[in-house]
Design a protein around this ligand. Structure first.
Ligand SMILES: CC(C)(COP(=O)(O)OP(=O)(O)OC[C@H]1O[C@@H](n2cnc3c(N)ncnc32)[C@H](O)[C@@H]1OP(=O)(O)O)[C@@H](O)C(=O)NCCC(=O)NCCS
Length: 139
């Protein structure tokens, strides 16, 4: 998700303040699912603002709370985020995820095409550099 443990309150707050600012400016969409008032999952869409990329967006930070997993919620969030992308005039979605992760399987099931693998892309908690898989989907 881009963070390294231990995640401090300050780092989380700085991230969310920036995200909320982008949401207010209309360059980011945040979708949140909830059950009985409890947040069960979320996904974000970063709308590209470059002149030549106004048809494009990046799916980011998909997560489902551990208590709500394996019930099709991630698929539902992906479907909802694609609907939001279409409504915003976006016809190309891109995303990346850790090679070998559960999410890699999920995105393939959701119809995303694998564009390639970048080695040593991100650092994880134990200091190791892991590969990332780039995906895209034409809506
Ligand atoms: C990845 C994640 C979002 C999946 O959420 P979920 O709601 O449990 O997923 P769904 O129930 O919609 O499952 C959709 C598909 O994903 C795959 N999948 C999900 N969890 C899996 C697991 N534990 N093992 C194997 N495959 C799994 C399956 O292919 C599944 O399809 P199926 O049910 O037909 O077998 C969730 O595990 C999570 O939040 N993980 C931590 C954050 C993360 O890795 N986010 C992705 C960042 S790129």
């Amino acid at each position: 998700m881009g963070f390294l443990p231990p995640l401090t309150f300050e780092a989380a707050q700085a991230y969310w303040l920036e995200a909320l600012d982008e949401i207010a400016r209309g360059t980011r969409i945040l979708l949140v699912s909830s059950e009985a008032g409890e947040v069960s999952g979320a996904v974000q869409l970063a709308l590209v603002t470059k002149q030549n990329g106004l048809h494009r967006a990046e799916v980011q930070k998909l997560f489902v709370h551990t208590s709500f997993r394996r019930r099709g919620l991630a698929r539902a969030l992906m479907s909802a985020v694609e609907e939001s992308a279409r409504a915003s005039g976006r016809t190309l979605l891109v995303l990346d995820t850790e090679q070998g992760s559960i999410a890699e399987m999920l995105y393939e099931k959701c119809g995303y095409t694998r564009a390639g693998v970048i080695p040593q892309y991100a650092r994880i908690g134990d200091g190791t550099l892991i590969s990332t898989v780039l995906f895209y989907k034409l809506l």
